[in-house]
Design a protein around this ligand. Sequence first.
Ligand code: CAA
Length: 284
Amino acid sequence: MTIKKVAVIGSGIMGSGIAQVAAQAGYDVVMIDLKQEFIDRGINIIKESLGKFTKKKKITQDDADEIVARIHTSTNMKDAVGDVDYVIEAVFERANVKLPIFEQLEEACPERVIFASNTSGIPVSLLSSATKRPDKVIGLHFINPVPVMRSIETIKTLVTSEETLKITLDFAASLGKKTVVVKDSPGFVVNRISAIVINEGAKLLEEGLATLEDIDELMRLSLNWPMGPFQLADLVGIDVSVDLLEQIYQQTGWERYKPTPLLKRMREVGHIGRKSGKGFYEWA
Ligand code: CAA
């Protein structure tokens, strides 16, 4: 199967990043969201990112314009997915938000179309149960910031077909990303580890072991990480981190994934990281 047109459902940080890398790889893209204002924000994120590439002369302004021109948008999912070859769902990380989308996609897309989910922790099998084509449902977990990070986790369920896997691996490679196939298990691989880093960082802070700036600096310098746990939490989002920890905790009962109270309180007051202007740090 040849993929020409890709639908990305969701235009947030992840959805817009995925739409961008697909368009950069030459695919026609339709980025879909509920409201035009969400889409406009997504297109701005894409333009900002492309601006960084043009500033560094990694691409020309003409390239950037062509990439943006390849990204069509829609607020009507049913109409927009009728002629696509591959769908990537990247909406809010809640099963009760994602499941109805998979049900609607099932109705609106031709039978040949593969559905990939950018879920960071919801079982892909659960999402596939909302469709009549579970063999064509797969996880494609992109990493934030998508235009820069070099990997994608590909999640194969018990019933994902070999053909779906092959098409997906070829697609991921065409985006210039390295893919690792992992089992459909809570948090997969990347978030089994990153969620612990964020939770443990918050516990250290609660215990008053050191300041957050010092903990971040220590981890950057000691392990050569690009970011410490609190910078990472602000990038990922405290809301996303708590959801993720809760999902893994609920599915496994492992105490180490129980979100620490500090993270929960921060989510409650809206200190959820870069996107809200305040998380562990203040963001302009
Ligand atoms: N688009 C295009 N280019 C970008 C960019 C974007 N969105 N963000 C950063 N860049 C570019 C910069 O222009 C810069 O380019 P040059 O090297 O050519 O100068 C380069 O990336 C580095 O950026 P900065 O100098 O601004 O800052 P930095 O050195 O701190 O790098 C970073 C930024 C790439 C984000 C780096 O800090 C990093 O790798 N952080 C770790 C990110 C991480 O761990 N992500 C995983 C989150 S977990 C997740 O995503 C899973 C989940 O489901 C929750």
